[in-house]
Design a protein around this ligand. Sequence first.
Ligand code: A3P
Length: 339
Amino acid sequence: MAAAAAATPGQSGPVPFKDIDDGSVSKHTPKEEFGDLVSALPRRQQSILQLRLYQGFWLPAHWVPGTVVFQRRFAPRPDDVVLASYPKCGTTWLKALAFAAAARGAYPPASAEHPLRRLNPHDCIPFIDEIFAAGEETKLDMLPSPRLMNTHLPYTLLPEPVTAGGCKVVYICRDPKDMVVSLWHFLRRAQPDLSFADTFESVCDGTVMVGPVWDHVLSYWRASVTHQDRVLFLKYEDMLRDTGANVRRLAKFMGQPFSAAEEGAGAVASIVELCSFDKMKGLEVNKAGTAGAYCAMPRDAFFRKGVAGDWANHMTPAMATRLDEIVREKFRGTGLTFT
Ligand code: A3P
C-alpha cells in the first residue's frame, strides 16, 4: 500500500473527502481474508442483494469483510462525528447539513464556491465501512479534524472504541413506510422489474439489507437515551417540519452552536437553503455520474421526491396497518413512536 499523507498540520476540518483523496492510497481488499467467515454465515437473498446474518443483522455479503476490519481497526478521534442511518432515511441530506454546518467557518454556505455546489454530499463525507472494505483506511488519517464520516451499520455493530464514547454519533431515522417506498424506487434503478410487494415483505420479515429495521432504529434510540451527550437521534419528518431548528440542534451537538452574530446574519437559513431538496436535486453535480463505492448508483437516484407520506401512493391501507403494527409492537415500552 502506498504511504498516505497524514492530515496537514494546522489545517482544520471538515474538508471535502474528495479534495483530500489524491489517489495515492492503493486498494487492498480484505475480502479474501474473511471469505471463510462470510461463507459460514446464514444466507438470504433480497432482490439483487445476497445477505448474510452477521451479529444479528442482515448485511449485504460484500459489506461483511469491511465491517469486520472497521470493528477491529477504527480508532476514533475525540472530535470525530459519525453520521449513521438506515438506508433511504435521509443520509444524503444529513451529510449535506452536517458538512455545511460544521464547515461553515471555512466555507460560508451562501458562497458560490461552496463545496456542496460542486460535489455530491457522498463525495464530501466518506462511508467509513466502505473505506475499510477497500483497505483504504489510511485515507481517513488524511482528513483533518474534526472529521465527518458515515455508516449504515447499527449501533451494536460499531467498533467498541466508538460505543465506549470515543466520538459523537448522529442518527437519522424515518417512518419505515416511507423508507420502504424509497428503498424500492432506489433498488429498481438496478433491478427495474423488482416488485414493491417483495420489497415490502422483506422489510416486514426483517430480512432486508441491514435489517431488521426496528432493531437498527432501536439500537440508536437506546444509545441516545443512555448517552444524550454523545448520540443525537433525529427524525426525517421532524427535519422536514422545521429544518432550521434541527440544524441548530445538530450544530450545537457537534460543538459548534450558532452565535448571535451568525443568527443575525442568517447563517442557519443559508444552510437550510443550500441543502434543500430542490436546490440539491437541481445542481448539475447531482444530476449526472454515480455515488457510492460498494455499489455505484446514479447520483440522481439519491434525490427522488423528498417528502413524508409518499407511502400512501404505494401501499394499500392494509399493508400500512400491518407494518405500523409490527413497528409499534417492536417499539412498545421504548418511548419511541413514528406518529
Ligand atoms: P425519497 O425516495 O422518499 O424521495 P438516503 O440519502 O438515506 O439514501 O435517503 C434518500 C431519501 O432522502 C430520498 O427519499 C431522497 O429523495 C431524500 N432526500 C435526499 N436529499 C434530500 C434533501 N435535501 N431534503 C429532503 N430529502 C432528501
